[in-house]
Design a protein around this ligand. Structure first.
Ligand SMILES: Nc1ncnc2c1ncn2[C@@H]1O[C@H](COP(=O)(O)OP(=O)(O)OP(=O)(O)O)[C@@H](O)[C@H]1O
Ligand SMILES: [Mg+2]
Length: 474
């Protein structure tokens, strides 16, 4: 027979260079060698005559596919399958079974075999099965990469911060995400509540399902009700067709109730009922629907105070606040300002396709760190965008900092600019003041200023400031 076995398979692997690798395991020498010979042209083939020999070879170098006999002395092929899958979860395993032993084949598939072939092996069939296996494997890899990219976009990597305040937030997200628990995210405007809601979704078992957001403040009570629960045709004037509500749309996924503190009392009662029973009716409908959703809610009000003031139902509050995450204000974590600036500078550079991110001169960064940021991260993001667009050079200087930020920062920080002082002098004075506050510890001063330690060393050397005695290594 003309042997083109593996050619299609090798092509399906989608790699230009290098053949895909296969480990052939069979205790019968003839079968082993026969298969190896048939596959050699298009595969990188290794052979083993037992379970132990196979595992030893895999430990040396992994394979794309393992083609193994089920019945072998010294440990059955099924045991090999289990051990190999445990050690190399991404390797595809194809098993060879005796003709007619369907039970073994079924068992093999349950243990994670990608496919099976009956002996004696038909080489054309072998080619088809191996090609299919490689294609599936390539798809799986693609899926993994896509999922990873989504994680990067919506997961924790997307939430910038290394302050203890943010570390606490990350810890709660990691703990709460895998559960079904309702989470209430509290914090002032622009602190990243929506990012946290997205991360909770994308790190949860529901990540493959939809993330549906409802901005509760934007809608009148009547509209919000129909938005959440949907409506039947003719339920009210303008309801010309049946509509599925957000609870239905969020099936299998996460429903994000933004600004939940703004919900009117009459809708609060209905929301409470859905949370308690997981059932609801569309507006104007009589059919009781069951929905599978997980709720994440956010508010920039102090919901407990709203409860105390009688504006928010206490029972609903406790339903929502099973887990609470309090977002710190940016002023509470000013140490994160340099990282955030860096993040946004890179983001705007890549969005505008201008190549390299602009640099923030230390004195400009010092101003941004001294500013109280009432609009939190959103305001900082906007400021960085504005400075990126308006600054002419590669470096954003003090002159590029929006005047209102410069003035407020100067008023807030004793190290702010002195009228009439040159920028270089202002920078020098700020750096020396920070060094003094840090008791001469350069690392500490650099941290406080949010500048690189080496930059600080260079500047100090240029000004002729000697390193503190006994602290040369700092
Ligand atoms: N820690 C963070 N790292 C990176 N970007 C952030 C961070 N926090 C907020 N942002 C960005 O700031 C902006 C505002 O964030 P977000 O919409 O999540 O805030 P919010 O708390 O929901 O505000 P609001 O209460 O006004 O709706 C978004 O562009 C978001 O990407
Ligand atoms: Mg928001």
């Amino acid at each position: 027979m003309e042997n083109n076995t593996g050619k299609t398979a090798a092509r399906a692997a989608g790699r230009g260079a290098g053949k895909p690798s296969i480990l052939v395991v069979d205790d019968e020498r003839n079968t082993r060698e026969g298969l190896a010979m048939a596959l050699r042209r298009d595969w990188d083939v290794r052979t083993a005559e037992s379970k132990d020999a196979a595992l030893a070879l895999l430990a040396e170098a992994p394979a794309d596919v393992m083609l193994s006999d089920v019945r072998m002395p010294g440990g059955s092929g099924l045991e090999l399958l289990q051990a190999a899958r445990a050690a190399h979860p991404r390797m595809a395993c194809v098993l060879l079974t005796a003709y007619g032993s369907v039970e073994t084949a079924v068992e093999a598939m349950k243990l994670g075999a990608a496919d099976f072939l009956t002996k004696p092996v038909n080489l054309d069939q072998l080619d088809i099965v191996l090609a299919r296996t490689l294609r599936t494997r390539a798809l799986e890899r693609e899926n993994r990469e896509l999922r990873k990219r989504l994680d990067d976009r919506y997961g924790l990597e997307n939430i910038v911060g290394s302050s203890p305040e943010m570390e606490r937030v990350f810890d709660v997200i990691r703990q709460a995400a895998p559960s079904q628990a309702t989470v209430l995210v509290e914090g002032p405007s622009g602190t990243g509540k929506e990012l946290v809601a997205q991360a909770l979704h994308h790190l949860s078992p529901r990540a493959a399902g939809p993330f549906v957001a409802v901005h509760c403040a934007a809608l009148s009570p009547t509209l919000l009700e129909s938005e959440l629960f949907g409506h039947e045709k003719g339920a009210f004037t303008g309801a010309v067709a049946q509509s599925r509500g957000r609870f239905e749309q969020a099936g299998g996924g996460t429903l994000f109730l933004d600004e939940v503190g703004e919900i009117a009392p009459e809708v609060q009662v209905k929301l409470l009922r859905v949370l308690e029973t997981r059932t609801f009716e569309r507006v104007g409908g009589s059919e009781t629907l069951r929905a599978d959703f997980r709720i994440v809610a956010a508010t920039n009000r102090d919901l407990k105070a709203e409860v105390a003031a009688g504006r928010f139902r206490e029972d609903l509050y406790y339903r929502l606040a099973v887990v609470t995450i309090r977002m710190p204000t940016l002023a509470e974590r000013a140490g994160d300002v340099p990282m955030l600036c860096d993040h946004f500078l890179k983001q705007f550079a890549s969005e505008s396709g201008t190549g390299a991110a602009k640099r923030l001169e230390p004195a400009a960064l010092a101003l941004l760190q001294a500013y109280p940021w009432p609009g939190n991260v959103r305001e900082l993001r906007n400021a960085v965008e504005r400075m990126t667009v308006l600054s002419r050079g590669e470096t954003i200087t003090v002159a590029d900092v929006p005047p209102e930020i410069r003035d407020a920062a100067a008023a807030a920080a004793p190290a702010g600019a002195v009228p009439g002082e040159s920028l270089a002098d202002a920078e020098k004075r700020q750096i020396l003041a920070a060094l003094e506050r840090a008791g001469g510890n350069r690392s500490k001063a650099a941290d406080e200023l949010g500048i690189n330690r080496r930059t600080l060393h260079r500047k100090l050397a240029a000004w002729g400031v000697p390193p503190r005695r006994g602290a040369a290594a700092r």
